[in-house]
Design a protein around this ligand. Structure first.
Ligand SMILES: NC(=O)c1ccc[n+]([C@@H]2O[C@H](COP(=O)([O-])OP(=O)(O)OC[C@H]3O[C@@H](n4cnc5c(N)ncnc54)[C@H](O)[C@@H]3O)[C@@H](O)[C@H]2O)c1
Length: 393
């Protein structure tokens, strides 16, 4: 079997989920290329050798610049804080490596654009880990829309709500604009912008209005390394620093097919730990998805006689009908968060080998389109006016 040597740059939360995916993918799927978990990068204080041994990486490195240029490496997987995406990914693609990068594709629009341009010039394959596309229920939603089950789409309503960023959460990199670009917006709206573009098959053409707020403007500084943790176990010092990103950003938008849309991202939406949802209403039917019930998709078929119309809850666990499921467990033996990443690893390997992915997969150029929408919403919130996506480049 042909192989590809993978280098993983970062070993935090996403470092763990990607390590799991690279370790699982050839066990559950039959990819055309087998990934070799060659080397993981971590900062010296993280002791990457311990991480490597735990997750099955052959080698550990504290020098990403040499690693991404190494002739031994074929695919670079970037899971650093967002401000490091462009420097690492650009070095990788310029060295002729295929590159898979976490989302949002970069902290700045300029970085995202330069990544797309560099990838095109290098002629390598690139991927962005908008992993929710690879949840079988979301894949089914994409296929139902593609096959016309919704008719003309009129409304798109998407929310991504979390509640971990209370007063006691210290000033990790996710609260500093230079390190992440934006707060809940780039972290969470990025996913629902990508997911609704994917499901509707349409582009967002205009942000009509937006509101952003930072409720907690100063936080205690972090003590020690906090990689791999969202909040649990973080140690804070007595000193404080400024929060320079949003806690929440809501915006209204228009899609290319004429639908109107609302998006809401929040980190202090008490009662919602990871409530990633969309509802899409068309002239013939409607769809609802909620990641907290990720094995299910709700479908309303408005072409049935009115007397029997109603929401149908579809268990998206049937191998013959739902994407990726045949490679996991028997019907209704449900899957979880980590499976989306393994499903994506399978498609990354297919594309590198020259095959079609199971479902469309975003590359740097596609993720740049999502970044333009995010940028438009930030401009709209700051300057309080509508912004056409065509004017954001
Ligand atoms: N796809 C998703 O659903 C999802 C979920 C969470 C995070 N993310 C994204 O993944 C990325 C990483 O997030 P995380 O939660 O894993 O972060 P994390 O803080 O848990 O881990 C970050 C890792 O990057 C390394 N790192 C830190 N500074 C670095 C630097 N200057 N140079 C090189 N490496 C550095 C750290 O050593 C650490 O191993 C972010 O872009 C984030 O937006 C995506």
């Amino acid at each position: 079997m042909n192989t590809v040597n993978v280098a993983l740059i970062g070993q935090g939360f996403m470092g763990r989920s990607h390590s799991n995916a690279w370790g699982q993918v050839a066990k559950f799927f039959k990819p055309p290329l087998k990934p070799i978990m060659h080397t993981v990068f971590g900062q010296p204080e993280e002791n990457p050798r311990v991480f490597a041994d735990n997750w099955g990486w052959k080698n550990a490195s504290t020098d990403w610049e040499s690693l991404v240029r190494s002739p031994d490496i074929g695919l670079v997987d970037v899971v650093t804080p967002t401000y490091m995406h462009a420097p690492v990914a650009m070095a990788a693609v310029k060295a002729g490596k295929h590159c898979a990068c976490e989302k949002p594709v970069d902290a700045t629009l300029q970085g995202a654009r330069e990544m797309a341009e560099a990838a095109k010039a290098a002629g390598v394959k690139t991927f962005v880990w908008y992993n929710y596309r690879r949840v079988p229920a979301v894949g089914l939603a994409h296929r139902l829309v593609r096959d016309g089950a919704l008719g003309q789409i009129r409304h798109v309503r998407a929310t991504y709500l979390q509640d971990w960023a209370g007063e006691s959460t210290p000033l990790m990199w996710r609260f500093t604009k230079e390190l992440c670009g934006s707060g809940a917006h780039g972290d969470l709206n990025a996913h629902i912008v990508d997911m609704t573009r994917f499901v509707t098959g349409q582009e967002i053409t205009e942000v009509v209005g937006a509101v952003a707020e930072t409720f907690i403007k100063r936080r205690k500084l972090l003590r020690g390394v906090a990689a791999g943790q969202i909040t649990a176990g973080l140690q804070s010092s007595d000193e404080e620093g400024d929060v320079t990103v949003d806690d929440t950003l809501l915006f209204l938008a228009r899609f290319s097919g004429g639908a109107v849309a609302s998006f809401e991202a929040a980190r202090q939406a008490t009662g919602n730990q990871n409530r990633n949802t969309f509802e899409i209403n068309g002239t013939k039917g409607a769809l609802k998805f909620d990641f907290e019930r990720m094995n299910e998709l709700e479908f309303y078929d408005a072409t049935r006689p009115r007397a029997v119309q109603g929401w149908t809850t579809i268990m998206c666990t049937h191998g013959g009908d739902h994407p990726y499921v045949a490679n996991w467990w028997p019907d209704a033996h449900i899957i979880g968060y980590e499976h989306g990443f393994t499903n994506q690893a399978f498609d990354v390997l297919k594309v590198i080998a020259g095959e079609e992915p199971t479902l469309p997969i975003p590359d740097f150029a596609d993720a740049y389109q999502t970044q333009r929408v995010l940028e438009a919403a930030m401009i709209s919130a700051e300057e309080r006016h509508a912004v056409k996506i065509a004017d954001v480049k």
